[in-house]
Design a protein around this ligand. Structure first.
Ligand code: HEM
Ligand code: HEM
Length: 160
């Protein structure tokens, strides 16, 4: 983008960290909804334990926050992403986060409210995919900070 901003806005930074915390909570506590889902598939009656309600509310929130973030990204823009093959990898990883974090709640909702085991199976793929992507993302952030020393990590701290 020719008139790309030099940094992320305060809103973009807040959205990044709120989503990061919610995603980590979903990964740590995600399995809490599985017993309710299994009994729902067997009996056809949905049981709403606190764990299931928390999973659904946090999951829907992540999806909505990602849509909000996407609209800000498309209207305000983001600072220039790196050049070359690593820059391209970073760009791909960022878009993959958007794709997964919007598709995951949709699959979860179809599984739960549609009683679909197939959607549930697809939804569980989210866990390994996100863990791999987050590991890569964090490693890349630390590499930028400690090896390349180009200030990329600080872009998610200081608005610009
Ligand atoms: C981005 C948001 C979400 C993330 C990161 C996420 C993550 C997870 C994780 C890690 C699991 C455990 C997978 C496992 O047992 O290996 C899970 C299970 C499940 N989630 Fe989500 N979830 C999200 C949104 C939702 C939403 C909005 C719903 C809607 C009801 C939902 C419904 C389910 C169901 C039904 C299961 C059990 C699936 C099964 O055992 O086959 N999730 N989720
Ligand atoms: C755990 C869930 C996380 C998700 C889903 C996530 C997602 C994203 C996405 C989509 C972007 C692209 C910018 C945007 O569109 O707003 C981004 C940028 C960034 N993230 Fe994360 N992130 C996570 C965790 C982290 C963590 C733990 C760190 C720190 C170690 C981190 C550091 C950064 C940095 C420094 C950028 C800016 C990269 C740049 O300017 O090119 N993220 N993140």
């Amino acid at each position: 983008m020719s008139n790309a901003p030099t940094g992320y806005s305060r809103l973009q930074i807040r959205l990044h960290w709120v989503v990061a915390v919610l995603v980590i909570l979903q990964l740590v506590f995600g399995e809490g909804i599985a017993p309710d889902f299994d009994s729902m598939l067997e009996s056809g009656v949905a049981a709403y334990s606190a764990a299931s309600i928390a999973h659904i509310v946090a999951g829907v929130a992540i999806g909505l926050l990602m849509l909000w973030r996407l609209s800000v990204r498309l209207t305000r823009g983001v600072p220039p992403e790196g050049a070359g093959i690593t820059g391209l990898a970073g760009k791909a990883a960022h878009w993959l986060f958007y794709a997964i974090l919007i598709a995951a709640p949709v699959a979860g909702l179809v599984a739960w409210f549609g009683g679909s085991e197939t959607a549930g199976d697809l939804h569980t793929l989210v866990k390994p995919a996100l863990i791999a992507l987050i590991a890569l993302h964090v490693a890349a952030s630390l590499w930028h900070h400690f090896v390349v020393k180009d200030g990329v990590l600080l872009r998610m701290k200081n608005p610009g």
